[in-house]
Design a protein around this ligand. Sequence first.
Ligand code: NAI
Length: 710
Amino acid sequence: MSNAESKDVILQKDDGVALLWLDRQGEKVNTLSVKTLDSFSKLLDELEKDPEVKAVVLISKKKDNFIVGADLDVLQTFDKAEDAQKASQDGNDLLTRVSKFPKPFVAAINGTTMGGGLEVALACHYRIVTDHPKTVLALPEVKLGLLPGGGGTQRLPRLIGIQKALGLMLTGRNVYPHKAKKIGLADEIIHPHGLLQAAKNVALKLTKKPHKRKKRMGFMEKALESTPLTKNIIYNTAKKQVMRQTYGNYPAPLKIIDCVKRGMGTNLKSGLQIESKNFGELVVSPESTQLVNLFFAMTDSKKNPQQDKVKKVEKIGMLGAGLMGAGIANISATKDIRVVLKDISMEAANNGFKNISKDIGVKCKKRIYTAFQKDTILSKVFPTDSYKSLRNTDVVIEAVFEDLDLKRKVLAETEAVVRDDCIFASNTSSLPITDIAAEAKHPERVIGMHYFSPVPKMPLLEIITTDKTADWVTATAYDLGVKQGKTVIVVGDGPGFYTTRILAPLMNEAICLLEEGAKIEDIDRNMKLFGYPVGPITLLDEVGLDVAAHVTDVMNDLFSKRGVTGSNVAKQITDAGLKGRKNGKGFYLYPKKKGKKKTINTDIYRFFGGNSRKTFDREEMQLRVALMMVNEAAVCLQDGILKSPRDGDLGAILGLGFPPFRGGPFRYIDTLGASKVVATLESLQEKHGVRFTPAPILQEYAKNNKKFYN
Ligand code: NAI
């Protein structure tokens, strides 16, 4: 055995096999930096010439990642599309060398393998993956407004077929080991302990006989991919689907389809050139710039600003096993935290448990969890109807009904049984935490932890601190949120804190438009065109009109001080028995029969001046609704509810669906320019009144030509 060091890639020769150990220096994960690629390239020269080396195995020294992707810092250095194109071409030249290497090249994959990491593996001649729970493969570039620029758009469809490849690249979704094997992305699955030996064995075997693989395609799939005409059907369908979902707001998915379409109609070399050109254009696009900013903001927020004050959380209590309670219990148990799930009756608590079991069961079917993992997760949840079981919990989170008296009552009941160092957190969606804590024995241990529905899917946790919340409590809640897999922001207290506070004026504006005669479908469609994932009217139905009426009440306290009163129509509609999706009747009618689409409830127009409707200018409608949220976000920053524009952007995008490609309210203001935003608000104020008064901070930024980000 002999060893040779080459910085980020370490060469070890072992019985005719060159083991290339990936180990990016000074980092927890392997990313592809210019330096790593350089080391790799030099090693290829050496290995090609070395007669002792018969085959090569690429393997990671890191604990649970192979390569997580390209170094994004490098992408940010490109000002011109041509520079990014050149970088992609260089990478592609290197990976073409791997794919054409005269000796077998095996990728031995354990842990996260994303983006450029998977593209490296795709260039190898054989891929073994471990069945470790952290092993996951993906080409998630689309989420950053990019496309796989290291051969992914060309090698993946050639390996697994056009339809499956498009499916993976257009969603960026994760592929777990068994699925990877099934679709032909991986050639073999092995237990992590056997990875190295299996990779060496297969590498030597391949020196005698190259690996032959058949594309694993179903009958229909094969038929569709057999002729240029039928392939066109695939591309057109994919394009239509992208347009339906994004309204053309994101150039990346369209360029991915273009790369595959043109690339599959030519040879690999030309395909790679098409890919690099498209990649270069995307790197400098404003959409990608904002999505990369968002990625960095999310990564940055993983760092707890008060890590030294964190207390260990091993067991939490959940009060309420309803929609939110069960969801929070679910994401906690999944991360190895024990949960006492308390409701008012055993029946209600068990019901919550059943819902968790159902959700984990679905993930088990999708092979995200094994049956053993499912049992382990469920064994961490203890349904109960008794407060006594909360005795040894580190944090108790309440998710009972949205009622101030009830919340105060459960807080008092909790304080009577828990330890002296137990935190009480409320998942209220609008009530000020100070009010909930008003009669608490230990207000310093009371905090808001506002999760979003559905909890397992929504990425944000909004933590709300009061004047009395102790630092260690904030630090511990932050740590818990990160452990639960959430992006955390910490905001100040007040009605609706940050997210509900900026959502309320947006919803109200949608109602105002209805009152002025707009059509339900126009409002929803125009806001989707602007980039929101759902229209505000649909959102009102989803949240529930009864909830919306309640939130309006809470928020009116705040807004009336600025001379703005919210419409009370949600209350009238609720009183008439329309609650939205939950009872099948709201702005839309929801048929009971599965598969049937919702229709507009025209009867609801009676609350908005009757059935005679008119068409509004699209841009004006979009600006009215969106700027309501943007302006309120600015007020929140000025009032100290927000500590930074970064938190404001994260909260609006991850909690409320503010269009990610616009970067969040503050980046959006920076893009338009504060003076343009102020001018637009002033003209809307003239037409529609005081609610459009520009936030003083915006006026100041406009006057001094300032930006929220440098
Ligand atoms: P839900 O109605 O699904 O669940 C509430 C649960 O609390 C019920 O199972 C009920 O039996 C239980 N409960 C009532 N009194 C209790 C007590 N004294 N002890 C223990 N359990 C008790 O309501 P959901 O939607 O889960 O909401 C709960 C809280 O979360 C509310 O404050 C709501 O504003 C907030 N929230 C709701 C969101 C949503 O989208 N549904 C989003 C974010 C926050």
